[in-house]
Design a protein around this ligand. Structure first.
Ligand SMILES: Cc1cc2nc3c(=O)[nH]c(=O)nc-3n(C[C@H](O)[C@H](O)[C@H](O)COP(=O)(O)OP(=O)(O)OC[C@H]3O[C@@H](n4cnc5c(N)ncnc54)[C@H](O)[C@@H]3O)c2cc1C
Length: 463
């Protein structure tokens, strides 16, 4: 491979934002390269649940959810982040959610479930599209195939280390290393930073938020280490909201990974503590649930559901690998009876029975949760099988990062765009405020990935 290469657009980071930017730029006629530091593509976007919030989607229509709007989703998003997200950025994200999802479906070829949408915590409507298989594998596989078909070189094991500026302060190239060799990728139109967050960099997490210390494992892909943020800062980029770091409440106590199987929570599974008692609304914001779990005995909780709930979300079947692994690890148990579920984890049966009896009574009375106001409503749990899994919070999402404007241009410390530098995805810090709502990252990375790719391609044409 030549040590110096010339492109219109150089995209750094082959996750969802990077692929969206590269494909968009290429479709606008730009000569694009996508570089990735890890041996394989995908980043967090690959291991993600990849559920994506889209108001007014075709699935909502089918399910007769007719009253959702971008404005409603924007209001939920801003409130969910304690109004620290940028309303203009959130507005662009929500207005473009539907056309972007249609693009993923029709151009990229992503298959979404046709009859179900999730309602993540903090959302006032069920609005998260679910990719087939409930993970980002569906999305990244389709993006990889499309990039290949479009002739976009995707170079793995290639780590960007420096952004090069010309005498006018424009970012014109990226210096990268692969093994012991150095490469320069010249970018006529622009560089798109799509390098993700820093949730897998425990030192950096603790530096910006000392409350999240050695006790926490991470849900994130190993490449989520954030050094590109310093690279961008060196080139003049402004970092914002770096202390806003989200823990995901429902994770494997041994490895730290998300328990996707416990997504049954979005369809009625309840959270109980070691005493067999509920302690928080199951559809609350992630930070609220995480903090509530940390206050329980042992700083963990259990997620409990039955076949009645499982037949809606089907997570045991869909996440069979997890099911086998967690069961083998001894952190998950299946039982025909509630007593079997309680006994396995030494939860006082009388307490658990009282909790479930009360849930059943409220379910019978129409589902209204008089105790914790579960906004999805409570479901009947009077019959087995029962599924129970132990869970702890784990470092998940870094809301802070580069400040961008609605054109995905990176802003400097004076709020001025740095010519030739764009950013999209978890590397940016402007969208989510103090707390990202579930399903909003995928909307964010796809919408702004495309905007960044489009902007960089337009600059290449203009120059
Ligand atoms: C387990 C899990 C489940 C999730 N579920 C959901 C969900 O259902 N819905 C939702 O909306 N969000 C979800 N999220 C969050 C969401 O998936 C991420 O925020 C999002 O995928 C980030 O996308 P990205 O493209 O910005 O970064 P990533 O997908 O992480 O990609 C960044 C890439 O850049 C590479 N890179 C970094 N530095 C460099 C460098 N210097 N040079 C070259 N390459 C570099 C990385 O290796 C990585 O491949 C989940 C996250 C996790 C971890």
């Amino acid at each position: 491979m030549p040590a110096v290469q010339n492109y219109d657009v150089v995209v750094i980071g082959a996750g969802g934002a990077g692929f969206a930017a590269a494909v968009e730029a290429k479709s606008k006629g730009a000569n694009v390269v996508l570089i990735e530091k890890m041996p394989t593509v995908g980043g967090n976007s690959l291991i993600s649940g990849a559920e994506m919030n889209v108001p007014n989607s075709w699935v909502q229509n089918k399910l007769n959810i007719k009253d959702d709007t971008p404005a409603r989703m924007a209001a939920d998003t801003l409130k969910g982040g304690d109004f620290k997200g940028d309303p203009e950025i959130v507005g662009v994200m929500t207005v473009n959610a539907l056309p972007t999802a249609e693009w993923l479906r029709d151009t990229v070829g992503v298959n979404f479930e046709k009859d179900n949408v999730f309602q993540f915590g903090g959302h006032s409507r069920k609005r998260a599209l679910i990719p087939e298989g409930h993970t980002g594998t569906e999305v990244i596989t389709k993006f990889s195939a499309l990039a290949d078909k479009m002739g976009i070189p995707v170079i793995t094991n290639m780590k960007a280390e420096e952004l090069v500026k010309d005498k006018d302060g424009r970012v014109v190239a990226v210096k990268a290393v692969s093994g012991d060799k150095e490469y320069t990728f010249n970018a006529k139109g622009g560089v798109v930073l799509a390098t993700g967050g820093f949730g897998a960099n425990a030192q950096m997490v603790k530096k910006y938020n000392p409350n999240i210390d050695e006790r926490f494992k991470t849900t994130d892909a190993p490449g989520t280490t954030g050094e590109a943020l310093y690279m961008a800062e060196k080139a003049g980029g402004q970092l914002v909201n770096m202390g806003y770091i989200q823990t995901y409440p429902i994770c494997d106590p041994i490895s730290g990974v998300i328990e996707l199987i416990a997504d049954a929570r979005f369809d009625g599974a309840i959270l109980v503590n070691q005493e067999g008692k509920r302690f928080v609304e199951e559809l609350e914001r992630r930070d609220v649930i995480s903090n509530a779990i940390l206050k329980q005995p042992g700083a963990y909780c259990y997620v409990l559901w039955n076949d009645n709930i499982g037949k809606i979300s089907n997570t045991v079947k869909i996440h069979d690998t997890e099911y086998q692994a967690f069961t083998k690890q001894g952190i998950m148990h299946t039982s025909d009876t509630l007593k079997g579920a309680a006994d396995f984890f030494h939860i006082p049966y009388a307490n658990l029975k009282a909790t479930v009896d009360r849930v059943n009574q409220m379910a019978k009375d129409g589902g209204k949760d008089l105790d914790f106001h579960n906004r999805g409503g409570l479901k009947d749990m009077s019959t087995g099988k029962y599924y129970i899994i132990k869970a702890v919070p784990s470092t998940h999402h870094t809301m802070g990062g580069l400040k961008i404007n609605t054109k995905a241009e990176v802003l400097d410390k004076n709020g001025k765009p740095i010519p030739g530098l764009f950013a999209a995805g978890e590397v940016t810090g402007t969208t989510h405020g103090t707390n990202r709502l579930g399903g909003n990252a995928y909307t964010d990375i796809m919408v702004f990935g495309r905007i960044a790719g489009d902007g960089a391609a337009a600059e290449a044409k203009a120059r």
